[in-house]
Design a protein around this ligand. Sequence first.
Ligand SMILES: Cc1ncc(COP(=O)(O)O)c(C=O)c1O
Length: 392
Amino acid sequence: MRRKQIEMRESIIRQMTILARETGAVNLAQGFSDEDAAPEIKALAMEAIRGECHQYTDVRGAPYLRQALAEKLRKHNAIEADPDKHIVVTCGATEGMMIAFETLLEAGDTVLTFAPMYENYVLQSVATRIHVKSIELDEHAEPGKPAFTFTRETLEAAYVEGTQAILFSNPWNPIGKVFTREELQTIVDFAVTHDLFIFADETYEYLVGPGREHVSVGSLPGAKDRTVTIISMGKTYSITGWRVAYLVAPEEFAAKLNVMHDFHTVTAPHPFQIAAANATRLPESFYQRMRDEYWARKEILCAALEHAGFTWYEPGGAYFLWCRYDRLSDLEDVTFGKKLLLEGGVAGVPGSVFYERGRPRYAIRFTFSKSRKTLEAAAERLRNLNWAAGSR
Ligand SMILES: Cc1ncc(COP(=O)(O)O)c(C=O)c1O
C-alpha cells in the first residue's frame, strides 16, 4: 500500500475555531458572521425551496443564475461575460480555486502571490503540487509611504522560470488592502509580458470601506484573455453555508474548468443557486447597509485594540484587522495567539499562518465579521488584558 507523501495539514484557522469553542474564548479567528443571514436572504432561500429546483442543474450552473451573474458582472465589475461561455458556478470559491489550479496548471508550475496571503493558497497548492512563491510586501510603513505597496520592479524581482500565474485576493485577506486601479494595471502589464494567468479572488468585492472603490482586474485593458476571476457569494450575503461561488474566465478555459468541476461536485446546490441569483438583484441599499454595519463594528474592535496596546494596518476592505502586538509582548505569533486565547479569552489567527512556513512572525489577525454582541464581549476582554510590556 502506497501512502501519499504530501505535506497536507488542517487549516490553523479552523483549529483556532475549535480551541475557542472548547475554552469558551470569543472567536475572532474565522472570517464569517456568527449571526444568521438577513431575513430577506432567508426568504429567497425559502422561496427557491418551494420551487422546482431540487435535481441536478447544468454543470456550468443554473442558467437562471448565470444570466443574473452576467448582468451583475456588467454593472458591478465592468466585465462583459457571456453566461453560456464565460461563467462556471462552483461549490464555494474554495472549489473554484482548486479547479483553477488543477485545470490550468501543471504540477511543478510556479504561482506568484503576495504575502501575507489567504491560508488556502498554500494548502491548495500543496495538494495540487504547485509551487506558490510569495512576494512579501513590507508592513512597516516607511515615512510617507503606505505599507503593502509594490511596483513593477517588485514583481519582476519575484519572477522565476516556470512561473505560470499571479494570484491575489482583492480586497486582500488577511490585511484588508484594496488594490488601486494603477496597481492592478501593473499586475496586468507584468502578466502580459510574461504570458501569465491572473487568478483574482474577489470574494470580498462588496466589502469595501467608505470612499473606497473595488476594481475588478478582469475589466482592465490586457486582462480579459488571461484572467480567471473567482468570486464567492458567501461573504457578501452572509451565506457561507450555501456554497455558491463562480469563476469568470475566457471561453477556452471556462470549458475546461467546467469539466474539472463536473468531476468534483457536478453542481453547487441547485435551490441555493436560484436564491443566490435573486440575491444579486437586491437594491443597492442592502449592500450599503451591510458595509455601514461592518464598518461600525470595526470601530468597536479598534477602540478595544487600541486600549489594549495593539497597532494595525488600516483596512480599506474585507473584514479583518492585521495587528501588531510589539507593545504587549515579544513572543512569536503562534505562542502569543495561544496565550491570548487561553489567558485573554480572545481568539485571533497567528500571522505566520498567512506566510509560507519558516521565519517566526509577530502579527495577529482579528475579524470584525462577528455580531456587535460578540465584538463587545471581545472588546471587554481585550480592555481587561493586563499585559503591560514586561509580562511577556
Ligand atoms: C480570500 C478568500 N477566498 C476564498 C474564501 C473561501 O470562500 P468559499 O467559502 O466560497 O469557499 C475565503 C474564506 O475565508 C477567503 O477569505
